[in-house]
Design a protein around this ligand. Sequence first.
Ligand SMILES: [Zn+2]
Length: 319
Amino acid sequence: MSNYSFRYASDLGGGVYAVDTGFVRAQFDASYIVTQRAPSSERIAVIDTGTNYSVPRILATLFDLDCSPEQVDFIILTHVHLDHAGGAGMLMQACPNAKLVVHPRGAKHMIDPTQLRAGAVGVYGEQTVEKDYGTLLPIQKSRVIEASDGMMINLAGRMLTCIDTPGHAKHHITIWDQMTYGAFTGDTFGLSYREFDTEKGAFIIPTTTPIQFDPHALRISLKRIMALKPDCIYPTHFSKVTGVPRLYQKLTDMLTQVEDLGKSLATAEQRHKLLKNGLLNLYIQELRDHGCMLSDSKIEQLLSTDIELNAQGMGVWLG
Ligand SMILES: [Zn+2]
């Protein structure tokens, strides 16, 4: 562990740092900084960027690490949802030597973000999108690397492998870090808020958000991640979790319950409302099993955004 002092980040060991992007609330949305010592200077990869409003926090963390934006060689996106990729254009402007690494299906949306922003406006409305995300900046095509499955990124000798992991989104990659035996899983390996930690460890739930949730593809992706025998997972929401086999068991078990819930309500009237109720009840029951002592209303408050989006995504999946 280092002796750096951070304003927005925590040291996760192995040259990995989690920047709290500040999106939505504290400890909700992470951007990861991976560092690797090289003969002349430390070289850096940033994995996920948060939004435009997160970029100053990432730059402040580079400063706190005694590093400059010029040392950033790669900005890697797990996928192009805006809480992961909204700040990519702005961060690329600040980091003149960086290449952007993104799934082939996401590349065009980073080169010309018009469609991406229009999609968000369709879901959230113009005012909210402006407030939460601002203006998405385009990225020069010549600076974009499309991450094919198995592609290795060489960060000054530290090998980061891109793995195609659909299920949450078709434009999703997971980044495998051989050095820490850790996987940067974006939203593929669920989300895990630190408020729900108990003596049993971390709590995890699958994300079923719109519009490409595909449980079958997700299961295959999770198996591919587990085949690497990870020591830890770095989900975007939020920070590092260990005890991976238990988390995988929980995640797939809850995925089955979510699928069953969806199928049981497929043709119900007021389906969206019932899905939301069903998800809330499932999460509360699982959290009680996990030993969580927070009140029902606190749990509902922490998960309200996820419940809404997960129910929407299930609606799209159910058709
Ligand atoms: Zn996402």
